[in-house]
Design a protein around this ligand. Structure first.
Ligand code: HPA
Length: 278
């Protein structure tokens, strides 16, 4: 058995010693959605630190735990805080939580993040439905021996973000009067923000928003056959698009300001996911 798979199974065994909760949907809470758990009828919380071998985030504002509970009557697991590749973890650790949530039972993965707007028609505070992604600037999480128990060696990535879930989120935004941009998200490694030349390059490549997460998780989830969807909160316009230097604090503040709509869109969309769960 591969080391990566063994570690994953050990983490699952550790979780199962604490709770037998079976989530049907998994939600990864990015910056700005930190106190999202308000929308969840919480059953059980599990700090990442209590799971042996689980990668624990070092970023301020990303303190980590799994929150198990219900949105309506849908059993969900929320990740409050995620680890990023730039923290120095191997990418197999970065996607371990995603894989673990699938093994717990989650069939749907709802990814959220804060991102820099690259599309010139975007504004800070906009929400963007992720239609597709660019992964080539981040390490591929499937490099290494394939874990056959999880998925195939060469998984198709032509519809990483499930079309029906996209349609659901679009409709939910419309019904709730939430303006929703759409576009392509690219993951770069960070932790430095991009240079203006890099942002011009990303725009030329067809990218609408950039960030430091999400794509590797989406690939790992797709490999395992999960239905994936995602929303970015455009916390700032990317480097060179305004005269302001970028700071983590600014990203966090803007994400906090967009939080009410962000939360509403996530919660109402999850309620509509019942039809996609078996
Ligand atoms: N670049 C990369 N990641 C980000 C940004 C950005 O401008 N804003 C929030 N996350």
């Amino acid at each position: 058995m591969s080391e990566v798979y063994e570690k994953l199974l050990n983490c699952l065994a550790c979780v199962r010693k604490k709770t037998d909760f079976v989530p049907k949907a998994a939600i990864v809470l990015g910056s700005g959605l930190g106190d999202y758990a308000e929308a969840v009828r919480v059953e059980y919380e599990l700090p990442y630190g209590e799971i042996e071998g689980f990668p624990v985030s070092t970023v301020p504002g990303h303190a980590g735990k799994f929150i198990f509970g219900f949105i309506d009557d849908i059993p969900v697991v929320c990740m409050k805080g995620r680890v990023h590749y730039y923290e120095g973890y191997p990418v197999s650790d970065v996607v371990l939580p995603t894989r673990l949530m699938k093994l717990m039972g989650a069939q749907i993965l709802f990814l959220t993040n804060a991102a820099g707007g690259v599309n010139t028609s975007f504004h800070a505070g906009d929400l963007m439905l992720i239609r597709d992604h660019i992964s080539v600037f981040a390490p591929n999480p499937l490099i290494g021996a394939n874990i056959d128990e999880l998925g195939v060696r060469f998984p198709d990535m032509s519809t990483i973000y499930d079309r029906k879930l996209q349609q659901l989120i679009r409709g939910t935004a419309r019904e709730n009067g939430i303006y929703l941009q759409e576009g392509v998200y690219a993951q770069l490694t960070g932790p430095s923000f991009e240079s203006p030349a890099e942002i011009r390059m990303m725009r030329t490549l067809g990218c609408d928003a950039v960030g430091m997460s999400t794509v590797v998780e989406a690939i790992a989830a797709n490999h395992m056959g999960m239905k994936v969807c995602g929303i970015s909160c455009i916390s700032n316009l990317a480097a060179g698009m305004t005269d302001n230097p970028l700071t983590h604090e600014e990203v966090q503040e803007a994400a906090d300001m967009a939080a009410p709509n962000f939360k509403k869109l996530v919660t109402e969309s999850v309620k509509g996911m019942k039809q996609f769960i078996v």
